[in-house]
Design a protein around this ligand. Structure first.
Ligand SMILES: O=C(O)c1ccccc1NCC(=O)[C@H](O)[C@H](O)COP(=O)(O)O
Length: 249
């Protein structure tokens, strides 16, 4: 399976077009009012029509109830739901049963202990999004531009595909691909020129860098086979790049 790349938090026709034109596999729209990337239903309907048939459309929600989910689905008509709140495995299963869409569950990773939650979710979700845990005091559960120690995922072998997420950008994504060979990548802040303001040139640069690293390293390797240029898996943890200064507007 080739590397799947999601550009998240798109909110304008111009930046959505940049992501689609640059070959994004998935495009995410955020339905979370405190986010600078939040889209209203009218905008969602327009962006959904623009993206349909060109990439997987992902609706991103946070602890939304069934009525809110139904309204979002009616507006955006997504192909996938991303649950980025405290949804339990049972809630994930209930949403799948109720709405009949593939579900990607986001999980926050800060330390090895956070990997314990993966098993319960990989049995109910179609895909996992492994994001950095929000920094203390963060307003948003995601989209914070913060990385975590990617070495924590060395040799990770899940029953479901996962997307590496959190603080990725055009400058660091190649190393993430070489180190982890993730099945998927997800980015939001790292392709913006300010909170919620996507930058077409950074979207294009991110996709270009990720695809080049994928071509260089090929498909996912068994653990222990570290390609040249990458930090040896299991070596001294790669210090996360400094959290980007992002503050929700
Ligand atoms: O992006 C947001 O504003 C957001 C708000 C509330 C919940 C989740 C949110 N984003 C989820 C994503 O999938 C982001 O792409 C992911 O957290 C990575 O963000 P970043 O570190 O900025 O690349």
């Amino acid at each position: 399976m080739s590397l799947e790349i999601k550009i998240c938090g798109l909110s304008t026709a111009e930046t959505l077009e940049a992501a689609l034109g640059a070959g994004a596999d998935m495009v995410g729209m955020v339905f979370f009012a405190p986010s600078p990337r939040h889209v209203d239903f009218a905008t969602a309907a327009v962006l959904g029509a623009q993206a349909r048939g060109r990439a997987q459309i992902v609706a991103l929600t946070v602890d939304a109830d069934d009525a809110a989910l139904a309204a979002i689905l009616d507006a955006l008509r997504p192909g996938m739901l991303q649950l980025h709140g405290r949804e339990t495995p049972a809630r994930v299963a209930a949403i799948k049963a109720r709405f009949g869409l593939p579900v990607m569950k986001a999980l926050g990773i800060a330390g090895r202990e956070d990997l314990a939650a993966l098993a319960a979710y990989e049995s109910v979700a179609d895909r996992l999004l492994l994001d950095a845990k929000p920094p203390r005091g963060a307003v948003l559960p995601g989209g914070n531009g913060v990385t975590f120690d990617w070495n924590l995922l060395a040799g990770l072998d899940l029953a479901r595909p996962f997307m590496l997420s959190g603080g990725l950008d055009p400058e660091n994504v190649a190393n993430a691909v070489r180190l982890i060979h993730p099945p998927g990548l997800d980015v939001s802040s790292g392709v913006e020129r300010g909170p919620g303001i996507k930058d077409p040139s950074r979207i294009e640069a991110f996709l270009r860098a990720a695809r080049a690293a994928e071509a260089e390293g090929g498909a996912r390797r068994p653990s222990g086979d570290t390609p040249a240029g990458a930090t040896a898996i299991g070596a001294k943890p790669t210090p996360p790049s400094p959290a980007r200064e992002t503050s929700p507007s």
